[in-house]
Design a protein around this ligand. Sequence first.
Ligand SMILES: [Zn+2]
Ligand SMILES: [Zn+2]
Length: 241
Amino acid sequence: MKQKLYTIPVNEAFEKDCECPVCEMYHALEDENIEFVMGSSYMVDDIRMQTNEVGFCTHHIKMMYQNQNRQGLALMLLTHMQHTNKKIRSLMDKKATITKGKGLLGKKTVEDPLTDYLKTVNSSCFVCNRMEPIFDRYLDTIVHSYQHEPGFKELFKKSKGFCTEHFMRLRETAFQKMKDEVQTEFLNDLNNLYIENMQRVTDDLEWFTDKFDYKNADKPWKNSKDALPRSITKTNHTKVV
Ligand SMILES: [Zn+2]
Ligand SMILES: [Zn+2]
């Protein structure tokens, strides 16, 4: 069973006290992949060919810059830039085909190899490409374990819900991978976990904002002291602390 490989990271994430266990597994996988790319992997020809071609997204280039291996990052960016400069120069010579739209306000159709190439480069990332298939397996493992591991199902139901992004990804996975009967039960649990916990964090955030009112200055914080970073995890699947 392919999922067996991933039950350990999935279980470990669900055992953590956090606002989204899927974010926890995503961040751990992301850290591993940043370590991989900033290790000596960039000296391997096959990997360097891929980083030259696709580059990195804004989020991951920031993580790589923070990793402190400035020489490694500089070498990777250098050959990526040499590669894209060459490609862009050659595509600059190709003429774009512009077809007029229908009527006065009709939208023009543009066929331009350089714009197409720029779109591809701007939306591709070696780290994202490397992570995404494994992250998909993690999501498959969650729905698989929910169906076949009673212990995991309990763990799932005890979680503090999910961020909005991973709520969506879990729904998509359930639609794709689950049989009708269990799918209904899973979606029901998932929906309740999401909305009840989202409401809990929303209420915490509301009290956090109310605390700025001088009338509430001496009242207890309740659970709202860290409500802002927890809200950001829920809405933007990211850690700010
Ligand atoms: Zn998440
Ligand atoms: Zn990326």
